[in-house]
Write a protein that binds this ligand. Structure first.
Ligand code: 8X3
Length: 250
């Protein structure tokens, strides 16, 4: 029987690459994101391969999360794999210069959004006594760097949530995997720098960054290990990176 995965933040980057890879490998999909047009495009591409449902909502809005996930018919609630990927960084500034709206977005999406989505889906997994949860964290969740304090705090939150979920869900047959990427060239830095594409491009100059596909491949590896194996934590850097702020550039 085909597995079913729900992916948040499926409209771009790691979420989109994961959706495509899952579809190629016969995993049915519930794709969630804010941008309806992108969801529709992706659905049109992938429904040739697998069954696809799209839900357009904002993970930071608890009412929207509840309503959308509870609109799923019973068969779509048999979710085998939840990929909590939605989130991002807003701003790269000293705390004293940083914008309160940026903090709120990062905490609302990266922490509260992940919790809102999981709160609806985890009970369905508990009922089925199985499931896999992949939380997309960041090296920023393991190492705090200057000008990234609130982003790092939000991703430290993801790390704590992954550990807490594992403690509570392992007895229910649910495996929890935390994936912490380093520098991945996606829309991540464009969003962080509020649309400044040059500034974003500079981050990835003079070394070969990861691409979304690299993380999708890692996610796919984690969901395909035998059922007695649980990849608890995976940190993935480009070959040129050695910690959050150390990148060997040519
Ligand atoms: C993305 C990687 O290094 O900007 O989470 O924190 S980093």
């Amino acid at each position: 029987m085909k597995k079913l995965a729900l992916i948040t933040g499926a409209t771009s980057g790691i979420g989109e690459a994961t959706a495509k890879l899952f579809a190629k490998n016969n995993i049915n999909l519930i794709l969630c994101g804010r941008r309806k047009d992108r969801l529709n495009e992706l659905e049109a591409q992938l429904n040739k391969l697998v069954s696809v449902k799209t839900l357009s909502f904002d993970v930071g809005n608890k009412k929207e999360v509840k309503e959308n996930l509870n609109s799923l018919e019973d068969t779509w609630r048999n979710i085998d794999i939840l990929v909590n990927n939605a989130g991002g960084a807003h701003g790269l500034d000293l705390f004293v210069d940083s914008d309160v709206n940026d903090w709120e977005q990062m905490i609302d999406y990266n922490v509260k959004g992940l919790l809102y989505v999981s709160k609806e889906i985890v009970p369905w997994m508990i009922n089925r006594k199985k499931g896999q949860i992949i939380n997309i964290s960041s090296i920023a969740g393991k190492q705090t760097y200057g000008k990234g304090m609130v982003y790092c705090a939000s991703k430290s939150g993801v790390e704590a949530i992954s550990k807490g979920m594992r403690l509570e869900l392992v007895p229910h047959g649910i495996r929890v995997c935390n994936i912490a990427p380093g520098a991945v060239e996606t829309e991540f830095s464009i969003v962080r720098f509020k649309g400044d594409e040059n500034k974003a491009k500079n981050i990835y100059k003079h070394f070969e960054p990861l691409v979304a596909q690299d993380i999708a491949d890692s996610i796919f590896y984690c969901v395909n290990v035998p059922s007695h194996v649980q990849i608890a934590d995976m940190t993935i850097f480009p070959a040129a990176q050695s910690d959050a702020t150390t990148i060997h550039k040519n």
